[in-house]
Design a protein around this ligand. Structure first.
Ligand SMILES: [Cu+2]
Length: 123
């Protein structure tokens, strides 16, 4: 590799790294029910809004109760006309208790992120 090519390669690697920092990844911006929320009625769906557009094929969330039992959910989808919001339909009404949402998404920039939060149903 010539010296110039070498310098250009280093420059390309550096700028890619900086762009990666600048655009970050898909972070959870808000959710319904919100993180740590106490809701009085069972939600029919969970809405998770991220800081970037999502690739639905590689984005999902699971819900577990305090007893670690999985909550039945329907297939995740994106909100109509909004590829930053992941919608998780809840198949059956949730009984009173605490719930943990574990999400993992692939943003349209190709980065995977994951996280979790909890909310409580208290009729
Ligand atoms: Cu990213």
């Amino acid at each position: 590799m010539s010296k110039l090519t070498h310098i250009l390669t280093i420059a390309a690697v550096l700028s890619t790294g900086i762009a990666g920092e600048a655009f970050a990844h898909a972070h959870l911006k808000s959710a319904t029910p919100a993180e740590n929320a106490v809701v009085t009625t069972s939600p029919t769906e969970l809405d998770l809004t991220f800081s970037e557009g999502l690739n639905l094929k590689f984005s999902s969330a699971t819900v577990t109760g305090t007893d670690k039992a999985a909550v039945a959910t329907d297939k995740a989808k994106l909100a109509t006309g909004d590829n930053t919001t992941l919608v998780i339909p809840i198949s059956k009404p949730l009984s009173a208790g605490g719930y943990t949402v574990n999400w993992q998404v692939l943003s349209t920039d190709g980065h995977k992120t994951k996280g979790s939060y909890t909310f409580t149903v208290k009729p």
